[in-house]
Ligand binder design. Structure first.
Ligand code: HEC
Length: 159
């Protein structure tokens, strides 16, 4: 085989191999998603895009409330603690448990409800003169719910 023939041959082989591998492999984003879910052994919540958005919006609000409570404690500003906690209390706008009643599993909902009750109680305590130490301890305890639920569940999108 001449040098140029060898070059053409190996180029064709490369094209053929690329074509084959493209045919065999699913699109890159699906592969990544699939691999991530294979590694992640947590129970799956099967949610639509809209339901996932509801849950994650509520989650980000709880993260913001947690930040607000800790910042309020650091600043010795109990009104700020109460306001931040209230935003994740049982009556908060972003609390979606009722709308999601039918889609979330039975074991998931009590944990969701419990964390909102915790924030509600924190708001109440902060507005009625409870010490910073006690509120900090309540937050530390409440956050066991964040940890437990995140250790147990992941979201998987469905159509
Ligand atoms: C009842 C279950 C449950 C509880 C309690 C819970 N979470 Fe989540 N959270 C989830 C699930 C499920 C996800 C999605 C995880 C995934 O798909 O990997 C999530 C995701 C999040 C995210 C990511 C948001 C995003 O936009 O991607 C944040 C931040 C978060 N949670 C904060 C918190 C904080 C802070 C607490 C406690 C104050 C908390 N969560 C309590 C179930 C819970």
């Amino acid at each position: 085989m001449s040098r140029s023939t060898a070059y053409v041959f190996s180029a064709l082989l490369a094209i053929a191999l690329t074509a084959c591998s493209q045919e065999a492999a699913p699109p890159a984003s699906n592969t990544a998603d699939h691999n991530a879910h294979k590694l992640d052994q947590r129970k799956k919540l099967h949610l639509t895009g809209e339901q996932r958005h509801h849950v994650l919006t509520e989650m980000r609000q709880m993260l913001a409330s947690t930040q607000g409570v800790i910042a309020g404690i650091a600043d010795d500003d109990m009104a700020a603690v109460a306001a931040a906690a209230k935003l994740s209390g049982p009556k908060a706008k972003t609390t979606i448990d009722m709308q999601m009643r039918d889609v979330l599993p039975d074991e998931f909902r009590p944990m969701g409800k419990a964390i909102h009750m915790e924030f509600g109680q924190m708001a109440e305590l902060a507005s009625t003169g409870t010490s910073k130490e006690q509120i900090t301890a309540k937050m530390a305890n409440a956050m066991n719910l964040c940890v437990a639920c995140h250790n147990t569940y992941q979201i998987e999108l469905v159509e």
